[in-house]
Design a binder for this molecule. Structure first.
Ligand SMILES: [Zn+2]
Length: 111
């Protein structure tokens, strides 16, 4: 747990996803999701990505990556799952030790 960053959990029932990382906030659709380890690990990976991208550049690259994927696949789900930040997070959110061994900018290899 030491590799986890502290965050403020917020429950928002209208959230379009189960959870969302908005450093330093972690947004959850329901209270139950707040204890889901895989989801928390997933969002913690996004925290690392956000911090190494000085937050603002994370959102810019995330959006541009999504739009170029959308142009390529013409499908929202495919475009979303191919965002390199998401590929890193989904690939490693089952690994409890991932954040301890993660190298900075690991998502760049997933572009
Ligand atoms: Zn994600």
């Amino acid at each position: 747990m030491t590799s986890y960053m502290k965050y403020w959990p917020i429950t928002l029932s209208f959230l379009p996803a189960q959870a969302m990382a908005l450093y330093p906030f972690m947004l959850f659709k329901t209270k139950n999701v707040q204890t889901d380890e895989r989801i928390i690990r997933h969002e913690q990976i996004h925290f690392r990505q956000q911090l190494e991208m000085l937050i603002i550049f994370f959102y810019i690259v995330y959006l541009l990556n999504y739009l170029s994927n959308l142009a390529r696949f013409k499908n929202h789900n495919k475009a979303y799952y191919h965002i390199s930040f998401e590929r890193e997070a989904y690939k490693n959110d089952n690994d409890r030790l991932y954040l301890k061994k993660r190298k900075s900018f690991a998502w760049v290899k997933m572009i």
